[in-house]
Ligand binder design. Sequence first.
Ligand SMILES: *Cc1c(COP(=O)(O)O)cnc(C)c1O
Ligand SMILES: [Zn+2]
Length: 385
Amino acid sequence: MEELVCSACGKRLGLGELAWRCECGGVLDLAFTGRLDAASLAGRAGSLWRYREALPVRRGDYIVTLGEGMTPLIQIAWDGARPLLKLEHQNPTGSFKDRGAAVLITVAKGLGVRAVVEDSSGNAGSAIAAYAAAAGMTCRILVPAYASEVKLIQVRAYGAAVQRIEGSREEVAAAAQAACAAAGAAYYASHYWNPLFFEGTKTFAFEVWEQLGRRVPEAVVVPTGHGTLLLGAHKGFGELRAQGLVNRLPRLIAVQSAACAPLYEVVQRGLPELPPLPPPDTFAEGIAIRTPIRWRQMVRAIAESGGEVARVPDAAVQAALLKAARLGILMEPTAATALAGYSQLLETGRLARDTEVVIPITGSGLKAPDKIASLLSSRPANIPR
Ligand SMILES: *Cc1c(COP(=O)(O)O)cnc(C)c1O
Ligand SMILES: [Zn+2]
């Protein structure tokens, strides 16, 4: 049985204890290193389960799947460069969060879990709700009282109960954690506390490696709030390196919204701790996270890979969204921060035009018809027709 290990004090707990945090308050990681079976990949299904030996599932476990993973990698023309886009919005619920949810829910089912709770008014809530439905579990998603009803339609359709909580995102998280505290209560299927989620998102790296002909790109540009994709990518590329399948990591470049960029303050400005920030108001709401609990891990991942953090204003994100749409790729606002960040990095010379870069398109534009509609009707001056 795999163990959970506290990143702060080193305490170990059985995975079956269903803990989501150490007694000391520390974030838990999974003590598990699988081995990607590179020799057996040919002929396997085009889903992330082709890497099952590298995932914390046991032989005979029931795999909860909706066909997630193996998303296309395509090349586009952008600002005089030719970046590769990984179309994560083509996952079953419309975002990369399906990677984390599929693995988390599969392992939870194997542990006998029958009810899960998550706090997210966005893509993580939809993904957990969908995979809980596929697994026959009950699911409750806690959201801020102000969350827009449009974003909850998907969660409700999957049959999850939605509970609105007064207060900030942090207070919503506290309510979810309280709901999971009692013995025999629901399991906390948190996309940022639960390390099983990152076991799923690491398959992003395996796929990029495979799709590039078993090598890694020079850089990956990732929209970042809690860091579920950034840290998953770091873990996946790190495992490939540990297995000797590649000899380096790509540079991991995190992109944040200028309206909420705590990681930028720590990495680029050298602050020793996360700064206190006002409640964010940004077009890229999906990554507006003021207190990402795994920030120390993100700082290490970025430093180890020789990466950096960029921050982009809403106007640049809006322009990138419409520009990509004119190339036939419709993404949600949060996803467009990556392309806006890429443009900025090219413009300021921090990335060369001939550097091989992979950019995930993290979420579908079909998730945000209201925001895209208002963009179309306002048509800011810097957006071409
Ligand atoms: C979750 C999400 C991200 C990344 O967010 P993290 O908080 O860093 O995990 C980026 N884009 C979209 C569309 C997302 O749903
Ligand atoms: Zn601890």
